[in-house]
Design a protein around this ligand. Structure first.
Ligand code: ATP
Length: 723
């Protein structure tokens, strides 16, 4: 891979697009002081990704853009493109020509392109490292830098040699790995300290979460028992309540039925009562009628007696024949009197009683006087009496007989009516007894209803208590009823209540745990687990990075060791060739880790190395015939030549694809210039050279010679000689 062409446009003094084609061998660029030769070197460095403004001799980005002259206005953008031959496929890109371009704008933005595709700086650096063209250290050697190689620190020199040895790629990887390890370690430290910070609180939260879990277990157990308990109790209560309601209804129905019966019965009773005591009807009426009849009969008998007395008087002369007493008549009268007396005995009403009693007595008295007076004698032979009188008497007797018949009928009627009334009375009393019995039954039913109401109130109260208990337990009675909970056969209310009390006490012991604490536990636990995983990942990646570093170090060590002995040899050879004798060598040394203050570009020497110590390279040289070893005591020319010897040794042993040397031959005298030229020619077989020079000997060697001029602040390039 070699540089084919450089296109500069708007960069520093190159206001116009300027093209420099390079040969595969030596290209020399010449021109007067200040014409812009070094600007070309800056352009090469810059397009290869230089990050240090100092290195391209500027302070800020816009210093790199053409700033204008008397005749030409300043530009807003600078662009440099480097064309490289990749026909050998050194760069990992599928093109025979690789073009790296870099733009800068006044606002400060930088753009990189590879074959016109926008890329990152890292992509440019990668391609160059692969092609061993890293714009680092010795690929571009500035004016005075050759001398500076002697003044470099051993560590910086080590870097230059590493690059030359081709181990820089590994070194960069190693540095990257070291950086990653450092980052991983930093992160691990943070992770571990975070974990340590979280751990005690997490412990507390875990404890709370465990408590909450335990609490939930107990609460679940409690809920299950309560469900069964509440289910059983409420089910029983509802069953009892329904039973009571049914009972209540049947009692009310019974009361209703009995009340209806009672109403009807009372109606009948009233009717019966009215019948029993309704004035002239019944025994009393008949008695009255009979009495009236008896009085009438009595009166008629008295009239008849008077008529008889009259008739007796008429037949006074005639000897009366005494006939036996009319027994039938006496019997009838006595039984009538007895009847009256008996009846009087049965009567309650005092006046009535007395009246009947006096009638009976009167009847007896009358009979007595009849017997005394002999009125009840019968005559065998009727005296001859006035026919009218006889007629009257007959009439009377017939009427008396008729009335007596009527009286007997009434008597019979009274007896019948009396027995009828007795029957009715019995019926009445029976009805009264029935009324009483029904009233008693209704009363009893009402008592039972009252008892049921009390019972129902008790059940309702108990249901209310249970509902409250259920609600207090965060449940719903309707759900419990609907849930149709299976009540175990061995369910025992006392045992359940005891168990519920025990579990509630257990819950109190555990105490309540805030939900926010549980959430916090989950979040913190998740975070802790994440950190744990992160810590594991980081430890794992540190471990594998360490392995990578060990492998890389081994590779570097091996390659570098091989290269180092070659370069050491070459250095001594070129030194002896240039000085015609003497001795020069490079010495490896281990330096305690320190931060380089080098003005670094892509490579980051400031990366903290995992190793405590770093490698460095010292220079030891002894001029022919002199004993001085200390380079600081060499003359300017001697130092330049020693530097050139070292440069050549590097170039010879590393064969870099190209090398830009900016006036490193300035301090050489003619003799040494010739020696320099010869060596250069030899080396140009393997390395492409771009030389900025004022040295005629060097110019002579060039395959292509460019002359740079400056006209009114603008640099121009002229091709002076073609191969
Ligand atoms: P010498 O032989 O003395 O080392 P040289 O040929 O290497 O000189 P350079 O250093 O390349 O010269 O060029 C310096 C010139 O470039 C100066 O004249 C300077 O004014 C000009 N220059 C630098 N930056 C800019 C810029 N941004 N715009 C215009 N001109 C610039």
């Amino acid at each position: 891979m070699y540089l084919k062409r450089l296109e500069i446009s708007g960069f520093k003094s190159f206001a116009q697009k300027t093209i420099l084609d390079f040969s595969g061998g030596i290209t020399a660029i010449v021109g007067p002081n200040g014409c812009g030769k070094s600007n070309i070197v800056d352009a090469i460095k810059w397009v290869m990704g230089e990050q240090s403004m100092k290195s391209v001799r500027g302070k800020k980005g816009e210093d790199l853009i053409f700033s204008g002259s008397d005749k030409k206005v300043r530009l807003s953008k600078a662009r440099v493109s480097l064309f490289m031959d990749n026909s050998g496929g050194t760069a990992p890109i599928d093109f025979a020509e690789v073009v790296i371009s870099r733009n800068i704008f006044r606002a400060g933005e930088n753009e990189y392109h590879i074959n016109n595709s926008k890329v990152r700086l890292k992509d440019v650096a990668d391609i160059l490292v692969k092609a061993r063209m890293a714009q680092k250290s010795f690929s571009i050697i500035n004016q005075g830098m050759a001398d500076a190689i002697l003044n470099y620190s051993p560590m910086e020199r080590q870097l230059i040699l590493e690059e030359a040895a081709g181990v820089r790629e590994y070194q960069v990887k190693k540095e990257e790995a070291v950086r990653k390890i450092k980052n991983s370690k930093d992160n691990l430290g943070k992770v571990v300290s975070l974990m340590a910070e979280i751990a005690p609180h997490l412990g507390y939260l875990k404890n709370q979460a465990r408590k909450a879990e335990k609490r939930e277990e107990v609460a679940e157990e409690l809920r299950n028992i309560q469900k069964i308990y509440f289910g059983a109790i409420s089910k029983n209560l509802y069953k009892d309540k329904n039973q009571l309601n049914r009972k209540n209804k049947s009692i009310r129905d019974e009361i209703f039925r009995k009340s209806q019966e009672l109403i009807n019965l009372k109606k009948d009773l009233n009717k019966e009562e009215k019948n029993m005591f309704s004035g002239n009807t019944g025994v009393f009426g008949l008695q009255q009628k009979w009495n009236d009849l008896r009085i009438k009969i009595g009166e008629m008998e008295r009239v008849a007696a008077k008529i008889e007395a009259k008739m007796e008087f008429i037949s006074a002369a005639r000897e009366p024949q005494i006939l036996p007493v009319d027994i039938d008549y006496i019997k009838t009268r006595i039984s009538q009197s007895l009847e009256l007396l008996k009846r009087a005995l049965d009567l309650q009403e005092v006046d009535e009683k007395n009246k009947i009693l006096s009638e009976g007595l009167k009847m007896l008295d009358c009979l007595h006087s009849e017997i005394e007076n002999g009125k009840i004698k019968k005559y065998l032979k009727e005296p001859e009496i006035n026919p009218n009188l006889l007629e009257e008497k007959k009439e009377l007797e017939s009427r008396i007989a008729k009335l007596s018949l009527e009286s007997r009928e009434i008597q019979t009627n009274i007896a019948e009516t009396q027995s009828q009334e007795l029957k009715e009375k019995a019926k009445f009393f029976e009805m009264e007894r029935r009324v009483k019995a029904i009233e008693d039954e209704i009363g009893k039913n009402k008592d039972a209803l009252r008892d049921l109401d009390i019972e129902e109130a008790k059940i309702s109260m108990r249901l209310g208590d249970i509902e409250k208990e259920i609600a207090d337990s965060g449940m719903d009675i309707q759900e419990i009823i609907k849930a149709d909970i299976k009540i175990p056969e061995l369910f025992n209310q006392d045992d359940s209540e005891r168990e519920i009390r025990r579990l509630k006490v257990r819950l109190d012991e555990i105490g309540s745990i805030d939900q926010a604490t549980i959430r916090e536990f989950h979040e913190t636990d998740q975070r802790y687990q994440f950190l744990e995983k992160e810590s594991g990942d980081l430890t794992g990646s540190i471990f594998s990075l360490k392995n990578v570093i060990n492998e890389l170090e081994e590779k570097i060590r091996k390659s570098f060791n091989e290269y180092f002995s070659v370069i050491n040899n070459e250095f001594n050879n070129y030194f002896r060739l240039i000085f015609g004798g003497g001795r020069a060598s490079l010495l490896r040394k281990t330096i305690a880790n320190q931060i380089s203050d080098g003005d670094n570009a892509i490579g980051d020497n400031n990366a903290e190395n995992d190793n405590a110590n770093r490698e460095g390279v010292d220079i030891s040289a002894m001029l022919p015939g002199k004993k001085i070893k200390d380079l600081s005591l060499f003359s300017g020319g001697e130092r330049s030549l020693t530097a050139v010897a070292l440069l050549f040794a590097i170039i010879a042993s590393a064969s870099p694809p190209f090398l830009v040397l900016d006036e490193i031959d300035a301090a050489l005298d003619e003799d040494n210039s010739q020696k320099f030229g010869k060596i250069l020619q030899e080396l140009s077989k393997k390395t492409q050279f771009i030389l900025i020079t004022h040295n005629r000997e060097t110019m002579k060697l060039a395959d292509i010679l460019y002359g740079v001029t400056m006209d009114e602040g603008v640099s121009r390039v002229l091709s002076l000689k073609l191969v």
